[in-house]
Design a binder for this molecule. Structure first.
Ligand code: ADP
Length: 248
């Protein structure tokens, strides 16, 4: 049910592409400080849902509220990012020819509207914030290395760190552990839980071992609406979830 304290509230969101309902009266609530996992078969509407939240796609029907009463359907993508919603796409998009530190510095400058420059003077507070982010994303020892020399998993962490520099209240993360080693996958679960101590995180993933490691509330989408929602044990034992997703 709707509470004004919810950080994010999708109320009966529908969107069609050429008559095909990608989202069908989808309702979804994220509370402040919540870490939520989204699962579901290909074509379930997971990406479309993220596109609706970030303003990339407009709903045909329904409402999307952020922080209680901010109507996201009235905002464009840049405004929504500025309001505090960060999105990490599946493929990492770090600046390969810059160091880890410089990537974070560029992200911090960008969050203040200063683009593509490393000549903007960092305050002591800024440097402390970058150090803190390096610790969070497990890259302190790699701070002076070129991003190109990081492993795939470390690039994903760096990009998460770049998003943290923008201090989002809600972080949307698309399939972060795809292509990661088992050790990186396990570390990513710990890392996202740490990040969710100071903000909300919504993570879309197919890796059920990772979802189980997260140990948080899971929403399973299918055919554009919520098929089941609850603990991983509850959701993974739901016959509809087994039929539409897990059993495939
Ligand atoms: P998921 O991320 O869960 O795999 P998507 O949100 O990508 O699902 O897709 C949901 C459905 O909507 C799919 O059938 C997809 O083909 C369709 N779809 C998504 N975006 C578009 C678009 N821009 N134009 C046409 N069809 C789209």
């Amino acid at each position: 049910e709707k509470t004004t304290k919810s950080l994010l509230y999708l109320d009966g969101v529908s969107v069609s592409f050429d008559g095909f309902k990608a989202l069908n009266s989808l309702s979804f609530i994220v509370e402040p400080g919540e870490l939520r996992a989204i699962i579901g078969p290909n074509g379930a509407g997971k990406t479309t849902m993220m596109d609706i939240i970030t303003g990339k796609t407009r709903p045909d029907a329904g409402a999307v509220f952020f922080k209680g009463d901010i109507d996201l359907t009235k905002k464009d993508e840049a405004e929504i990012a500025q309001l505090g919603i960060g999105r990490k796409f599946q493929k990492p998009t770090v600046f390969e020819s810059h160091t880890v530190w410089d990537n974070l510095e560029l992200a911090l400058n960008r969050s203040r509207g200063v683009f593509a420059t490393l000549f903007y003077r960092l305050t002591g507070e800024d440097k402390a914030r970058i150090e803190e982010i390096l610790t969070t994303v497990r890259l302190t020892a790699r701070r002076d290395d070129l991003a190109a020399n990081l492993s795939h998993g470390q690039k994903q962490w760096l990009e998460i760190g770049m998003l943290l520099a923008q201090e989002p209240e809600l972080l949307l993360v698309d399939e972060p552990v795809a292509g990661m080693t088992d050790a990186e996958t396990a570390e990513t679960a710990v890392l996202l839980k740490e990040i969710a101590r100071t903000r909300s995180v919504v993570v879309v993933e197919h890796d059920m071992g990772f979802i189980r490691d997260l140990g948080v509330k899971v929403t399973c989408l299918a055919e554009g609406s919520v098929l089941a929602e609850g603990s991983i044990d509850f959701v993974s034992n739901d016959p509809k979830v087994i039929e539409n997703y897990l059993g495939r």
